[in-house]
Ligand binder design. Structure first.
Ligand code: PEP
Length: 265
């Protein structure tokens, strides 16, 4: 099976409803214009490689954007969900609610959630299970800090972050056909710094081997890179084996920049 290349726009707490809708409308026009656009439900393709866009707006913008993009082969994701199914958890949003308003993906374990909201690997593992049960594909973020990177501890940290998550995936009663991991070095997010291709090559080879060896029930694993992706860095990184796409923060706030990444890389 040829994998699609995936482009996730993580808008974080940016973009108000009007700018989010405008961006989604621009994406819709891009899909309509693209002469390679395939039938409903397929990502558009270019030079034989299918491309799949996933927009991740803020919670309140999810439903209107999902409505706007009905019948358009662009997916909608959330940026977080609750580890609980239902109940007295003021301010939380369940995976089931996200599914009902048109989400088919959800970013979890982003380093900003780990840092500011103290999310642990165990909490993230529970979220994975809740998402699976609501037929939402998690986009699971992992990555080492600048200090870990300096200490040459990247793979050790990744393995530690992945352990409870892999266990939860293997024990889940319900699970999807594919799962997405996003490797995001914390020191690369929003800084303009990126690992070189040699380092990325080693990390992604390790990730692909580790996940394939240890995840028993899901055969198709996508690996994304995130951290200061722009049209220049993406064009270089796309050459790295086992990078199946990108998780894009800052550059996904500007439609032209996002479009350039999607069409060039
Ligand atoms: C992110 O926060 O997930 C991210 C990748 O941000 P940026 O592209 O701005 O580095």
């Amino acid at each position: 099976m040829q994998k699609a290349r995936i482009y996730v726009a993580n808008w974080k707490m940016n973009m108000h409803l009007d700018s989010g809708l405008q961006f989604a409308n621009d994406c819709k026009a891009l899909m309509n214009d693209n002469e390679n656009t395939e039938k409903q439900g397929s990502p558009f393709s270019q030079n034989g490689a299918k491309k799949h866009i996933i927009l991740c707006p803020t919670f309140p913008a999810i439903y209107p954007i999902a409505q706007l993009l009905q019948n358009v082969p662009i997916s909608i994701g959330a940026q977080n969900c609750s580890e609980h199914e239902i109940g007295a958890y003021t301010g939380e949003v369940s995976a089931q609610s996200l599914s009902e308003i048109g989400c088919s993906y959800c970013i979890i374990g982003h380093s900003e959630r780990r840092k500011y909201f103290h999310e642990t690997n165990e909490v993230i593992a529970r979220k994975v299970v809740k998402l699976f049960a609501s037929t939402i594909n998690p986009i699971i973020c992992i990555g080492e800090t600048a200090q870990d990177h300096k200490d040459n501890k990247t793979l050790e940290v990744l393995e530690h972050q992945l352990n409870p998550i892999i266990k939860a995936i293997n024990e889940a009663e319900q699970f999807p056909e594919t799962v997405i991991f996003a490797y995001e070095p914390v020191w690369a997010i929003g800084t303009g710094k990126t690992p070189n291709n040699e380092t990325l090559h080693a990390t992604f080879n390790w990730l692909a081997a580790h996940l394939t060896r240890n995840i028993k029930n899901i055969k198709v694993i996508y690996l994304l890179y995130g951290g200061s992706v722009d049209e220049h860095t993406a064009l270089e990184m796309v050459k790295v084996q086992n990078i199946d796409g990108f998780l894009i923060g800052g550059a996904s706030l500007d439609f032209q920049k996002f479009k350039n990444i999607v069409s060039l890389a």
